[in-house]
Ligand binder design. Structure first.
Ligand code: TMP
Ligand code: ASP
Length: 235
């Protein structure tokens, strides 16, 4: 399948049309941005390939477990054909342990296990800095329906269980992650990516960070961390 016009360019990905209006091609970049894009920018050599291949690997496992996703076909190291969804403008965050903005907002030490997985929604709006939003707010503002949010919630917790298990197999602790969903043929399907850019992944034994936090907080060995996840998963 050939790329058509550039439909959208984000911080980490480009999206192209194809001859089929129901399909798009996603192209993963090595570019990285943190803290709402403007504060910190850089390049992580090889990241595009890691994120593309990890996302596809995980999405295929999720499909096998009954979670519908936008995945269609991997074209190359960096490019994948996906279903053309209408993105729901919510970031769905699941947390198994405290970290990041949760630790900061609630003053909880990083790494504290949570009694049960927690779910947060953020409204995708760069100008506002993707603020937290409640399900009631999102429904009231017509961003999503109650039926959709219930389906999204059910999928999100199921995805957490599948992903946790898959990563535990390679001695990686899934601290938290962010996912996005889209509307497609009347239903809800998982879209976007699941990668070291969108998850907190810690070595199960040492708690060494194997994700974008190495870039956010200048911890060094960023490329090596992405490569390590890639290799542990056998990709
Ligand atoms: P947070 O602790 O900064 O709220 O992030 C929670 C998780 O969501 C973490 O794994 C990083 C991921 N995330 C994104 O992928 N994109 C974002 O814009 C944000 C804020 C978080
Ligand atoms: N806010 C996110 C982060 O800190 C990235 C982004 O701005 O897209 O990683």
């Amino acid at each position: 399948m050939e790329k058509g016009d550039l439909l959208y360019e984000g911080k980490a990905k480009k999206v192209f049309t194809t001859i089929d209006p129901d399909l798009l091609i996603v192209s993963y970049k090595d570019d990285v941005a943190a803290f709402d894009g403007e504060l910190k920018k850089g390049t992580i050599v090889g990241k595009g390939a890691v994120n593309n291949r990890m996302t596809n690997y995980i999405f295929k496992i999720l499909e096998q477990n009954g979670i519908p996703t936008h995945y269609v076909q991997e074209l190359s190291d960096r490019e994948t054909v996906v279903k053309h969804v209408e993105i729901i403008p919510l970031e769905v965050i699941i947390r198994n342990a405290s970290a990041g903005s949760f630790s900061k907002r609630l003053n909880i030490e990083e790494g504290r296990e949570l009694l049960q997985p927690a779910l947060e929604l953020c409204y995708k709006d760069d100008a506002l800095g993707d603020p937290l939003i409640s399900d009631y707010d999102a429904i009231a503002l017509e961003k999503v329906t109650r039926k959709e949010i219930d389906q999204i919630t059910e999928y999100a917790f199921q995805i957490n269980e599948i992903l946790k298990e898959e990563l535990a197999r390679v001695d990686i602790k899934l601290v938290d992650f962010k996912i996005e969903f889209g509307r497609y043929e009347g239903g809800i399907i998982l879209a976007d990516e699941i990668s070291p850019d969108t998850c907190r992944l810690w070595d199960a034994r040492t708690n060494k960070k194997l994700d974008k936090d190495r870039f956010r907080h200048d911890l060094g060995n960023v490329e090596a961390a992405y490569e390590e996840v890639y290799e542990r998963l056998g990709l």
